[in-house]
Design a protein. Structure first.
Length: 626
């Protein structure tokens, strides 16, 4: 509200400065003559703007609580229409994110089918969009628990979940015609909207060709028409207004996959108050291939002299370096130190990072010791010597008077046993297709690396339309997290540049009432353009300049991480974080302020407009004829 109030203050400050010398040539409200009046001008722009945004929107499948309420569905669409009017680049970036994920999913499914020598169904882009928008739901197996009413828990399979099912060969067949039948795409209505928008653009071009005044509202509308066109293209294959998702049948193989996906998904399996999930401490064990020191405890644990030190094949554990990486899609890429439980992160080179680490320092949390007993010690998914809940920051007393840490229920043995079967298949497939191992495993300690499971949201209660600027990153699909932010910034820059053209042209071509308003318009448009260009350069640099990315974020998920002894060096993280946040708030504040001014000024400028603004174009003088 503070930014909006400031924008209004700047607007009316410009208005009270008085009209310039050409003010006498301007007129106020114009009734409808044979040509066009003020009402028809405003009505045409508002209708075109609203219909373009409304018809372009292809929202995701809503949760069950909203799918049966017309009022809630209308509110959701109205909210996105407001987004499209005030921040069209946000909708463009959302559509681009979904298009990239759908295209990525299509390529991955095709690759899986080729690896199985044609065994399986190849999906088209419409089916992949259906998965991206949350069109597939499943009932979790009984071992994963039930709802309060005793019914199986129904969850949505995300694009990453569909990708895993395809990788395991458990992807059920669904025909593209079934999805088309559920879609409510109305091509006639869209054609009418396109004709309306096209006529608006043609009118502006015609007026410019005849040097007739053009209203700022028309320029603003043309910018939204261009954004709507891009959204149309990006969402061309996305089904429209799907309210009821498709329930996938569950066979034995899919039941195993769902158990593993459930354990790895934050939104369905849950985490404690520290954001720590149970699966974070578990590894996949293959007898005879993995170092037993990683997952088997001495009989008299925790006697220090009996606790083995895990080294990376070096005879001197104090100097050995343990290398690992974070799995693609892991939330650890946001804050690796807190995610792994180690200390200060610092950079050795542009391609390697190191952590403070000593495997003997953390202890096994008392509540996790049962995982080393039957029947848990017979499964191929086992608790490792690394225990994230054993770190001090994960210990929280039950109350101020009871120092005993809170305990969490153990993973039910049937669930872990079922998930182990899927992990066995996944590990075998990754051995034959090693390029895909980083999607599903975080490599860890020892001369024979431990295979920790990546925490990716394979399952979710439902797929939201716009998760957040952070989750717009597409890290789960091995696309740099700033690519979509660069799209967002580039769209904002183009939108601002269009409005700059109105301010820098001849004063009488566009309907500014005062010179002060024109200056404020130019300043606002330049702020949007400049911030967009700067952010585009910033996000692009993070994609293609690993050293810069590492300095800004502290870690690059695509870079290996080195784990070393207790002591480390580094610093400046606090100052870097404060500087980064201050810069973001400054740019965002100026951006919002400028955007509000442009929208408000586009309407207010019509209070006194050049008389020629209401003249109609004589098309016989513009169009070539014989």
């Amino acid at each position: 509200m503070g930014l909006f109030s400031t924008a209004l203050f700047l607007l009316f400050w410009g208005l009270v400065l008085g009209d310039d010398d050409t003010a006498s040539e301007k007129v106020g409200w114009q009734s409808e003559p044979d040509g066009r009046g003020t009402f028809s001008l405003v009505f045409s722009c508002v209708v075109t703007l609203t219909l373009c945004v409304f018809s372009a929107l292809h929202l995701n499948v809503p949760p069950e609580s909203r799918s049966n309420s017309f009022r809630l569905q209308f509110i959701d669409k109205a909210k996105w229409v407001v987004y499209g009017i005030f921040a069209p680049e946000l909708v463009v970036a959302t559509a681009a994110a979904q298009f990239i994920v759908a295209a990525w999913l299509k390529c991955q499914i095709e690759s899986d089918v080729r690896s199985r020598k044609g065994d399986g169904q190849v999906w088209d882009l419409g089916q992949c969009f259906y998965a991206v928008m949350g069109g597939f739901v499943v009932d979790l197996p009984d071992c994963a628990g039930v709802d309060g009413d005793g019914k199986p828990r129904r969850v949505t399979v995300t694009a990453e979940g569909v990708r895993l099912l395809s990788f395991l060969g458990d992807l059920p067949g669904i025909q593209e015609s079934q999805i088309r039948d559920k879609s409510k795409a109305d091509w006639l209505a869209k054609s009418i909207v396109c004709c309306q928008a096209g006529w608006m653009v043609i009118q502006v071009i015609g007026r410019a060709a005849k040097h007739l005044p053009i209203s700022l509202l028309e320029i603003n509308t043309c910018g939204h028409v261009a954004c709507a066109l891009v959204i149309y293209l990006l969402w061309w294959h996305k089904p429209l207004d799907i309210l009821v998702p498709t329930l996938l049948p569950v066979n034995e193989g899919m039941e195993q996959a769902l158990a593993l996906m459930h354990l790895c998904s934050l939104e369905t399996s849950g985490a404690d108050e520290h954001g720590i999930m149970d699966i974070r401490c578990f590894i996949h064990v293959v007898e005879g291939q993995d170092d037993e020191r990683i997952w088997r405890l001495p009989e008299n644990y925790p006697s220090p002299e009996q606790t083995p030190t895990i080294a990376a094949g070096d005879d001197n554990p104090e100097t050995s370096e343990l290398r690992t990486h974070l799995s693609i899609g892991s939330p650890g890429s946001r804050n690796p130190a807190a995610f792994l439980g180690f200390g200060q992160l610092w950079s050795e080179t542009n391609t390697s990072f190191r952590y403070q680490f000593n495997l003997n320092a953390p202890s096994i949390a008392p509540q996790c010791l049962d995982y080393f007993k039957p029947p848990y010690d017979s499964y191929t998914i086992r608790h490792s010597r690394y225990c994230r809940r054993g770190f001090p920051d994960a210990q929280e007393p039950t109350s101020s008077t009871d120092p005993t840490p809170r305990t969490r229920p153990l993973i039910p043995p049937p669930l872990l046993q079922t998930a182990s079967r899927a992990a066995d298949r996944l590990r075998t497939l990754c051995a034959s297709r090693p390029n895909y191992q980083p999607y599903y495993f975080t490599l860890g300690f020892g001369p024979k690396l431990a295979h920790f499971f990546g925490e990716t949201d394979y399952l979710a209660p439902h797929v939201v339309n716009f998760p957040s600027l952070h989750k717009l990153s597409l890290g789960q699909v091995n696309i740099h997290r700033d690519r979509l932010r660069a799209v967002l910034a580039a769209t904002a820059a183009a939108y601002g540049a269009l409005h700059c053209s109105a301010g820098f042209n001849n004063f009488e071509v566009f309907s500014f009432v005062t010179e002060a308003e024109r200056i404020l318009w130019i300043v606002s448009a330049l702020i949007i353009t400049a911030s967009g260009v700067l952010l585009w350069g910033f996000f692009s640099a993070r994609q293609y300049w690993p050293g810069f990315d590492g300095w800004v974020s502290g870690v690059n998920p695509s870079m290996p991480i080195t784990l070393v002894g207790k002591t480390g060096r580094g610093g400046g993280g606090w100052m870097r974080g404060v500087g980064r946040r201050s810069g973001v708030y400054l740019v965002l504040g100026g951006f919002v302020l400028a955007r509000v001014y442009l929208v408000v000024e586009a309407f207010v400028s019509l209070r006194r407009a050049p008389r020629g603004l209401y003249e109609t174009v004589e098309w016989t003088e513009v169009l070539p004829h014989f």
